[in-house]
Design a protein around this ligand. Sequence first.
Ligand code: CTP
Length: 406
Amino acid sequence: MPTRNKTDDSKTLILGITGCIAAYKSPDIARGFMKLGYKVVPVLTKAATQFITPLTMQSICGGKAITSLFDLKNDNQFSHLSLSSQASAVLIAPATANILSKLANGTADDALSTLVLASKAPLFIAPAMNEKMYQNRKTQKNIDSLKKENAVFIGPQIGSLACGEEGVGRLAKVSLIVNSVEEALSDKYDFAGKKILVTAGGTREAIDPVRFIGNRSSGKMGYACAIELKNRGARVKLISANCSLSNPEGVEVINVETSKQMLEQVKANFSWAQAVIMSAAVSDFSPKKVLKEKIKKGKDLSVNLQKTPDILGELAKVKGNKILIGFAAESQDLISNAAKKLKDKKLDLIFANDITKKDSGFSSAYSELTCISPVGTEAIGRKLKEEAAAIVADKLKELFDSKILF
Ligand code: CTP
């Protein structure tokens, strides 16, 4: 089982601290997450440094406290883009009315607002402010707009406020903040911190400048997997071959055309990924020679084909502790053919797809999959590709949970 109290780089929390008296609770918040095995990177606004020193946060978190954009620029490890892409989650606690306004409006004028704007990680906000400021129509409008963008709000609570008044605006209890984030990450965002490479679509191998060998894959299954995993908190790179689907929000899409280009991109991104889902239909053959000029009609024609490299086969050679998932398109002997691919390509799972079934598989909105692992076979039945993708993600999660180190 993965350890819970040892710092794990795949659980990196950016802790944003803004200028509010409740900032004195930030060390306790940081400690709460560190006990759960998070690496905490504190990012303080200028106003926050009036309430708590960067040195305090640095001493507790054991790493640099970021206070300005220039800290990020001067440190190779911590450019705002690399730091925001390392994060499993961003928590702003305490969050003032000012940071809510900046985030709702996309302002990026300091380290924290820039990091949040550049981040695709789940965003949690624990506001703390005077009740009148909290109830102000503009603040409420900013909160609504951030909620619509999936930010999760924790508190504020009712109680005595720093200004001497009673009302809503107190920072939520430290334990509530820590538990809410942890629960959301392990439940709704169960792939937080995971890096997954997905391939989709069908490769094309040129015969001449206008013709190619291709296949009927639309890429819907791979796109559905990428969206599902991203919605559950994963960082996803999608290598897409000839799909006419729009780029999913928050997913890095790398477009390729041929099996050779797909192999190159999969290899280039393999060390980044913890798991690979190969849903693309990769051409098994390419013309030996690509003609420069368009072939004119006339006599019968034969094209000499050569085998293309097997991408999963290549990954199998360097698999290490990475998870490999394949899809098998079969028109006969579904289970035995797919099981052979599982073994030959050293896969953790393969989803077999009976392509002879009507209205499922290639180009259809549905898939009828059977999940095959080294220990057994499970029929998943006919499902919308989005539903099938949720099942693929659940199976991948089980694999992550059963591995010792990620
Ligand atoms: N695959 C791959 N590289 C290839 C061909 C296939 O990585 N050159 C991957 C597919 O993305 C899929 C799995 O291997 O995840 C099985 O693909 P499939 O087309 O079903 O099988 P093949 O291995 O190509 O064998 P065959 O076409 O003979 O059934």
